[in-house]
Design a protein around this ligand. Structure first.
Ligand code: GTP
Length: 602
């Protein structure tokens, strides 16, 4: 297809503002699907994605649209994942487009979380078309939302498209706006092949499917291609596009988006952002922006029932087929038996994988405290002359006398928030050992740049930020390398025994507060036993905090004197829940939730 007839765009929207509904309408209107096939939303096809309202794996469709000018255009709608853990994937999807639809709910207005995506889109020089959706709602306030788009985001909103994706109003206008307002791609069909690897996934029938955006040249079946960063060569055996069903094509040329297969067995062999070129006539330079994604948060996953270990291995291997961004290796723990040490892009990524294992594979799991990767400088010992190591698991910490220095990963975080929440957000960053780099105002909102130790962010920073700003702060980060810190290993002892799954690396300055918080929370999380249970936090041999769980009385509700019924019910419920999934430590039972819940800071 000629460049002037192609439009590549994505949809930016806050959760629930109608991105999926609109995408489905665009597909329906251009004939990609019949009404019957429309019954379920097409683009978000994973159950968990639906429930959490996020898109994990990008999916993309090609639409043929005959515009009012009588010409048929090729529209490629790129779906983008919507969370900070997948920021790199988002940036690659955006790099494959020339424009974006910004969908805003007519009743809700602009929400802050969309801002980060809008700014990213602007950075990629996108033409942004505002779409005000849900105009059918009685609470719709179109003029107010237009004003917000202009004031908060700084985009002209006069010619915003008004839609009701639900009732099918304004869909043609959206398609027209894509054609007339978003520029066509640039590229050179006769130059050596240069295509960006935007995404890849495993399909049981096709093997690994690769989504590409061709920048220059042409890709065809039978062509030998080379992945420039990975350095591998493959033979293309299928070229096509999703409509959203697969359609086989003869070629994908400069400016176009499509999919290829090349007899690749594992998603891990493909890297998002890599440049695909012709093996015989390679491009001189790869495309800019490629990054190797590395897991940044590690934790142990153990089956509650030791007999499930093999089942867990199979399930993890299956998930890994489609997600090369997490890693795993076997691990054994004194208390938890055999399990896996897994690495993730961030906490949300961890939670998604954990939830899929529990739900799709019906596994009962124990998750240990998430940890970042520390670098240690060591002095030689009699038995080991390694001078440095990467520590993925606090339980593997070598003898403290050998440690010369511990370095922790730092990030640079950008936070956008309305002025009124600035004070509490500054305090949160300060409490987490943050170093303020910048404070500016963009379109009536504060833009805050902080350097923070990743360790202080992984547990609950994002949740805290959202709760203190009532959801109005947006958060985006990238890593900026390791720095030395005054870090120590803190152990948690339950009834005198250290529980390795709860040990963690902390900054000395915050160790005591952390230790106290952990003990207090564990005191609430571990049910009473027939005997008294001391809970201690210790650094080396020194106890820095302590709580005691009193011995159980025969009737836990007796002390409520029957007066407060709701409290009584709560207590009984708590007891019931506590019984559900427990782990025995010596003679103490610790409920599964305790392992992660104990780490959330108050
Ligand atoms: P996530 O996939 O969760 O990110 O949300 P989304 O932005 O894709 O929103 P989705 O399309 O799932 O729509 C969210 C809710 O809004 C659904 O219940 C839709 O039925 C509803 N909705 C979407 N468009 C409209 C509209 O034009 N009018 C009304 N009244 N409801 C709409």
């Amino acid at each position: 297809t000629e460049l002037s007839l192609i439009r590549n765009f994505s949809i930016i929207a806050h959760i629930d503002h109608g991105k999926s509904t609109l995408a489905d309408r665009l597909i329906q209107q251009t004939g990609g699907l019949t009404a019957r096939e429309m019954t379920s939303q097409v683009l978000d096809n994973m159950e968990i994605e639906k429930e959490r309202g996020i898109t994990i794996k990008a999916q993309t469709v090609r639409l043929d649209y005959t515009a009012k000018d009588g010409i048929t255009y090729q529209l490629n709608l790129m779906d983008t994942p919507g969370h900070v853990d997948f920021a790199y994937e988002v940036s690659r999807s955006l790099a494959a487009c020339e424009g974006a639809l910004l969908v805003v709910d007519a009743a809700q207005g602009v929400e802050a979380q969309t801002l980060a995506n809008v700014y990213q889109s602007i950075e990629h020089d996108h033409e942004i078309v505002p779409v005000i959706n849900k105009i059918d709602l009685p609470a719709a306030e179109v003029d107010k939302v237009k004003a917000e788009i202009e004031e908060i985001i700084g985009l002209p909103a006069d010619n915003a498209v008004l839609t009701s994706a639900k009732s099918g109003i304004g869909i043609d206008e959206v398609l027209e706006a894509v054609v007339t307002r978003i520029p066509p791609p640039k590229g050179d069909r006769s130059a050596p092949l240069k295509a960006m690897l935007v995404d890849s996934w495993y399909d049981p029938y096709l093997g690994v499917v690769i989504l590409i955006r061709v920048i220059d040249g042409v890709i065809k079946k039978g062509q030998e291609i080379q992945f420039m960063a990975a350095g591998t060569k493959h033979l293309v055996d299928r070229v096509g596009c999703m409509r959203p069903k697969l359609e086989i094509l003869t070629e994908i040329a400069a400016g176009e988006v499509g999919i290829i297969t090349a007899q690749i067995k594992e998603v891990a062999q493909t890297r998002v952002g890599d440049t695909i070129t012709d093996a015989k006539r390679p491009a001189a330079e790869p495309l800019p922006g490629f990054k190797e994604v590395q897991p940044v948060v590690f934790c142990g996953l153990f089956p509650t029932d030791a007999a499930d270990f093999e089942k867990l291995r199979e399930s993890i291997s299956k998930l890994r087929l489609n997600d090369a961004s997490f890693s795993f290796e076997t691990e054994s723990s004194a208390a938890l038996g055999f399990g896996f040490r897994c690495g993730f892009l961030g906490l949300l990524h961890l939670e998604i994988i954990q939830e899929r294992l529990t739900r799709e594979f019906d596994l009962d799991l124990i998750t240990t405290a998430p940890s970042v990767v520390y670098k240690l400088e060591l002095s030689r010992s009699k038995t080991d002359d390694a001078r440095s190591m990467e520590l993925h698991n606090p339980a593997d910490m070598p003898d403290v006398n050998r440690i010369d220095e511990i370095q922790e990963p730092w990030i640079e975080a950008t936070i956008y928030c309305p002025d009124e929440y600035l004070g509490s957000i500054l305090k949160l960053c300060q409490d987490r050992r943050g170093v303020q780099k910048q404070l500016t105002y963009v379109g009536g909102r504060a833009q805050l740049v902080y350097e923070l130790p990743l360790n202080e962010v992984v547990f609950d920073f994002y949740d805290r930020l959202k709760s203190i700003s009532r959801g109005y702060a947006s958060f985006d980060y990238h890593q900026i390398g390791h720095r030395a810190g005054d870090l120590v290993k803190m152990s948690i002892l339950v009834n005198g025994d250290p529980v390795d799954a709860l040990s963690m690396i902390v900054h000395r300055g915050t160790a005591e507060a952390r230790g106290r918080g952990m003990c207090e929370r564990l005191k609430d999380l571990i049910p009473r036993h027939l005997f008294k249970i001391p809970i201690q936090a210790a650094i080396g041999g020194k106890v820095i905090a302590r709580e005691t769980i009193a011995a159980m009385r025969k009737d836990v509700t007796a002390k409520c004197y029957g007066g407060d019924i709701s409290r009584k019910k709560k207590l009984l419920e708590k007891q019931k829940k506590g019984k559900a999934r427990m782990r025995e430590y010596g003679n103490v039972s610790i409920p599964q939730e305790a392992f992660i819940a104990a780490l959330r800071m108050g």
